[in-house]
Design a protein around this ligand. Structure first.
Ligand code: AN7
Length: 338
């Protein structure tokens, strides 16, 4: 199977002896988004969406997980573990199942979207429900990771970042040039770190625009948030692990890290689904919400922008109820006037 390790092995820390655990991740679509461009007052062909929900488990986490799990197997691990707002656990569970490893996931109680939880269940992960938030769950996972034979597969694991940087390589290939601007949701800040690394290794330097949820925006306020709140549960994180490298990506690239409200996130989420035909999860829409927010202030950056849509809309079916249309209920067999 042709996953991203096979495609990019020369630029990844693998050797011929690394057992490759893959589900065919990577090579996701880069979709031209002229309606988003128009809404941002930008010309056609200036906005593209990197649709990471097209990965095997429905999020960008698979890029890092194929490498982290492969390296764990190479090192002789018998199990992996992570704390997660949902997507990391879904991805870890799937790749661990494929590798025949135990997988233990620490999840914040009541704050993991239904689709993600169902993946952890079906892939046979051992689930620890933590009565607290993600940051607290991560402290517990870090402690549990001292258990012999276990590898931690959160983004503090450098192989996660290495795998995820391949998304930048793909964008450069797909566009045939470097984007001028890169928009991305930010939670634990591993992904913005990975993209910036991937771009830099390729000699590219788009301005990095990271977006946090307003109720969980430590990188904007400059201090950890003790009780992060947002309906974008994937990025409900108050104390990002990759804090310093996110700030470095921002500053080295001449970009910014801003915040978007839940209302702005949901508005972008709906717009993408209805006007572009792309269904991402709410957290993912933070990237586009950020672009539209800058546009509203007359500050949309010129040139070509790529917005990363980190996860699939099917991950979080619960949130869609509030967008349901009025449903017409009819008897079967009758004629229906449209
Ligand atoms: C859809 O699964 O942290 O800034 O534990 O699932 O690299 O943390 C998920 C994060 C953006 C933020 N979009 O990425 C987890 C987890 C989606 C996500 C992020 C996440 P980072």
């Amino acid at each position: 199977m042709n996953g991203l390790i096979a495609r990019w092995h020369r630029r990844l820390p693998v050797t011929g002896r690394t057992p490759i655990i893959t589900l065919g991740e990577g090579n996701t679509p880069l979709v031209r988004a002229d309606r988003v461009a128009k809404a941002a007052g930008l010309p056609p062909g200036s906005v593209f969406l990197k649709v990471e929900g097209a990965n095997p488990t429905g999020s960008f986490k698979d890029r890092g997980m194929t490498l982290a799990i492969s390296k764990a197997v190479e090192a002789g691990a018998t199990g992996v573990l992570c704390a997660s707002t949902g997507n990391t656990s879904a991805s870890a569970a799937a790749y661990a199942a494929r590798a025949g490893l135990r997988c233990v996931v620490f999840l914040p109680k009541g704050k993991v979207a239904a689709g993600k939880l169902s993946q952890a269940v079906m892939h046979g992960a051992e689930i620890v429900e933590v009565a607290g938030n993600f940051d607290q769950a991560l402290v517990m996972a870090n402690e549990a990771a001292k258990t012999k034979g276990f590898a931690l597969v959160n983004s503090s694991n450098p192989f996660r970042i290495e795998g995820q940087k391949t998304a930048a390589f793909e964008i450069l290939e797909q566009l045939g040039r470097a984007p001028d601007n890169h928009f991305i949701p930010v939670g634990n800040a591993g992904n913005i770190t990975a993209y910036w690394k991937g771009y830099k290794e390729s000699g590219a330097a788009p301005r990095m625009f990271g977006w946090q949820a307003a109720g969980a925006a430590p990188l904007v306020s400059g201090k950890p948030v003790l009780n992060p709140t947002t309906l974008a549960t994937a990025i409900r994180i108050g104390s990002p692990v990759s804090w310093n490298s996110a700030i470095a990506a921002r500053d080295e690239s001449g970009g910014m890290i801003g915040k978007v409200t839940d209302a702005e996130i949901l508005s972008a989420y709906r717009f993408l689904a209805r006007s572009e035909g792309v269904f991402c999860e709410p957290s993912s829409a933070a990237s586009v919400a950020g672009l539209l927010k800058l546009a509203k202030a007359g500050k949309a950056p010129s040139g070509v922008s790529v917005c990363v849509l980190t996860g699939n809309g099917l991950k979080d079916p619960g949130i869609t109820a509030r967008f349901a249309p009025k449903i017409r209920r009819v008897k079967a067999g009758g004629r229906m006037k449209l």
